[in-house]
Design a protein. Structure first.
Ligand SMILES: [Zn+2]
Length: 114
């Protein structure tokens, strides 16, 4: 990967990271427990909380991946699989710029998780 491409990915990943930071902060601020003893409100609140925490987990895990990718850009190891060291296909990085595993290692890890 040449310097020009690295800069493009760095700019893209920085933008994604900033957006995620905003989302995570907004979620943390937006939590309000219903004051009245209305059971419907409480049920709805808990449902919203569940959805929110699910979203939050997703944002958090993506955030860590993006931060990790930015670190690898700085180290000069960006675009390499962290497991086998092979180059991650350009095609894959375009879709998943924070990818830290090549397609083969990702598949193996998905199968283990399933
Ligand atoms: Zn690999």
């Amino acid at each position: 990967m040449d310097v020009k491409e690295q800069k493009l990915y760095a700019a893209l990943l920085t933008e994604i990271r900033d957006e995620l930071e905003k989302e995570i902060r907004r979620e943390q601020e937006g939590v309000e427990y219903p004051t009245a003893g209305d059971s419907m409100d409480v049920a709805e609140f808990h449902l919203n909380q569940a959805v929110r925490s699910e979203l939050h987990n997703r944002y958090e895990s993506l955030y860590h991946k993006v931060v990790g990718a930015l670190e690898r850009l700085r180290d000069g190891t960006y675009g390499q699989c962290v497991q086998c060291g092979r180059e991650i296909a350009e095609k894959r990085l375009r879709v998943v710029p924070w990818a830290d595993l090549c397609t083969a290692c990702q598949q193996a890890s998905d199968e283990k998780a399933a």
